[in-house]
Design a protein around this ligand. Structure first.
Ligand SMILES: [Zn+2]
Length: 219
């Protein structure tokens, strides 16, 4: 666990040696971590950062997996609905188009951005950041893109969309015959891969690597 810093001594320490807890704002001396170790806040127990193995390679594999899942998740049927002899297949994209065509253009744009547009931009930002570190090129652009990624994080709402789909399934299952599609499997897989990516792509190590410190050393 890191040592809390006496407020009177803060001005004596270089900024690079200081660390503030995101949850309770406790100011600490930054600890040196070995691979696989985690630093926790001594006051509230929040995980400050972790030093994970092969961050770049594992994150790249997950970003590529997420990008491969993105297309079927959005363009393959989430579910097939049979009601009174009528069959309809719904994809995320067809949902956006249907909203647009029924006069709800504003809602269609918001759904498109939160379920398709922003998640894709986020993944492309992560890919570009990881490649800029891996190939050691354009790290200044990498810094900019990683900052953009952090601003976009709150706007990609795949979880909310999935909740909407699950609620619709529960509501519709009594009045129509429903078949779950491959799109839903891909959508849930995409969500899982993105959650895993959030865990693996340790922000502390990415910022370090972007600022020029070698993240591969000792991996
Ligand atoms: Zn704390």
């Amino acid at each position: 666990m890191p040592d809390p810093v006496d407020t009177l001594k803060v001005s004596d320490l270089p900024l690079d040696d200081l660390l503030a807890c995101h949850e309770c704002d406790l100011l600490m001396r930054k600890p040196a971590l070995a691979h696989g170790e985690k630093a926790q806040c001594p006051r509230c127990g929040y995980e400050l950062y972790a030093h994970r193995y092969n961050v770049i390679e594992r994150s790249l594999a997950l970003v590529l997996a997420a990008l491969l899942l993105y297309v079927p998740a959005n363009f393959l049927p989430i579910m097939q609905l049979n009601l009174l002899g009528l069959t309809s297949e719904d994809t995320v994209w067809s949902g956006v188009v249907a909203l647009f065509n029924t006069g709800m253009q504003g809602v269609a744009v918001v759904v498109f951005l939160c379920s398709m547009g922003i998640p894709l931009v986020k993944l492309l930002c992560q890919l570009a950041v990881l490649l800029s570190i891996r190939w050691n090129i354009g790290r200044n652009y990498g810094l900019l893109l990683y900052r953009i990624y952090h601003h976009l994080r709150d706007w990609g709402m795949l979880e909310v969309y999935l909740m909407g789909v699950l609620v619709a399934i529960v509501k519709l299952v009594d009045i129509a015959s429903l078949t779950l599609g491959l799109g839903l499997v891909c959508f849930i897989s995409l969500l899982m891969v993105q959650i895993l990516l959030e865990v693996v792509m340790s922000p502390h190590q990415i910022w370090q690597a972007l600022s020029g410190e070698d993240v591969h050393a000792g991996d």
